[in-house]
Design a protein around this ligand. Structure first.
Ligand code: ATP
Length: 257
C-alpha cells in the first residue's frame, strides 16, 4: 500500500502524493508518458530512492525512510529493472546467476539443500524457456535471452510481489506471449501480486487487472476498460500518442525506440 508518496530528484518534483494499493493475486500496470515518474515511483517503493513524504507498506510492513525492510519481507520481493547494469565480462553462467535468486539472504552452508536448489533453477529456466542456455556465460547472451534469464532469477523462489520495469522490451513475439502466460500462472496459481510498468497498452488491456495512469500524480486508476478509454489516454499522453486504429494504441517512444 502506498499513501501520498512524494519523491523529488533534488529540486525536481517527480512523484507527487501518489496513493494506491495492490491486492494479492492481481496484476497492476503503471502507465504514463516518458518522464511521468513511473520508474521513480517503483524505485522509491523498493527503498532504492529516498522519498520526501508519504508511507509505503509492503506485505503489511512499513518501509523506513532510509529504505529498510526486514529481510523476511525483502526476500518475498523480486524486481526486474529497466536496465540491469553490470559488467557483462563477469565469468558467471546462466545457472549460477539464477541460483543467486534462490539463495537466502545471510550466511548459509553451501551443501545444504543443493538438490532442491538445482531443481528450482531447472524449473525456473524451463519456465522461461531458457534451460538450453544454462551453461552459457551471461556475457554472450542476447538482450532478449538476458531478459528471460533475469526473469528466471526472479521466479526461482516462490515470492509474493514481482515488480517489473518495462520487462518486455527486447522480447520477441513468442517471448512476450510466454512471459504473460508465466505472469498469469504466478498470480493465479501462486497468488503473486505483480506491479509492472508498461508502454504496451494493448498488452495491458489484455492481461492486467488494474491500471494506474501516472503523470507525476495519479491521473486515474481502475480497470483497463475504464482507464484505457481513448479519452483518458489522450489526456494522459497528449502529443506522445498516435492512434493507429481503433483498438491499438502505440506510444511514440515505442515506435521509434
Ligand atoms: N537521477 C535523476 N536526477 C534528476 N532527475 C531525474 C533523475 N532520474 C529521473 N529524473 C527525472 O525525473 C522524471 C521522472 O523520471 P522517471 O525515470 O521516473 O520517468 P518514467 O515515467 O519512468 O519515464 P520513461 O517512460 O521515459 O522510462 C523525469 O523528468 C526525469 O528526467
Amino acid at each position: 500500500m502506498v499513501d501520498k508518496l512524494t519523491v523529488y530528484h533534488e529540486t525536481y518534483l517527480a512523484v507527487d502524493q501518489v496513493s494506491f494499493s495492490l491486492e494479492e493475486g492481481t496484476d497492476m500496470a503503471i502507465i504514463g508518458p516518458n518522464g511521468a515518474g513511473k520508474s521513480t515511483l517503483i524505485q522509491s517503493i523498493l527503498g532504492i530512492l529516498h522519498r520526501q513524504n508519504g508511507d509505503v507498506f509492503i506485505l503489511g510492513q512499513p518501509l523506513s525512510r532510509s529504505g529498510y525492510l526486514p529481510n523476511y519481507v525483502r526476500r518475498e520481493i523480486a524486481y526486474l529493472p529497466q536496465n540491469f547494469m553490470f559488467d557483462r565480462r563477469i565469468p558467471i553462467t546462466v545457472q549460477e546467476l539464477v541460483g543467486l535468486g534462490w539463495d537466502k539472504l545471510g550466511l548459509q552452508l553451501p551443501w545444504v539443500g543443493s538438490r532442491s536448489r538445482y531443481q528450482a533453477i531447472r524449473q525456473a529456466l524451463i519456465k522461461v524457456d531458457a534451460w538450453n542456455l544454462r551453461h552459457h556465460l551471461i556475457g554472450g547472451l542476447s538482450g532478449g535471452e538476458m531478459k528471460r534469464v533475469l526473469l528466471a532469477y526472479c521466479v526461482v523462489r516462490p515470492r509474493r510481489l514481482l515488480i517489473l520495469d518495462e520487462a518486455l522490451a527486447g522480447l520477441d513475439v513468442q517471448g512476450e506471449l510466454d512471459f504473460y502466460q508465466l505472469l498469469y500462472q504466478l498470480k493465479k496459481e501462486e497468488g503473486w501480486a505483480i506491479l509492472q510498468i508498461s508502454h504496451d497498452l494493448d498488452q495491458v488491456k489484455k492481461h492486467c487487472d488494474r491500471v494506474l495512469c501516472l503523470n507525476r500524480m495519479v491521473l486515474s486508476e481502475g480497470t483497463p476498460e475504464t482507464i484505457l478509454s481513448p479519452e483518458n489516454i489522450s489526456i494522459a499522453y497528449g502529443s506522445q500518442l498516435r492512434l493507429i486504429h481503433t483498438n491499438n494504441y502505440h506510444i511514440n517512444n515505442q515506435i521509434t525506440g
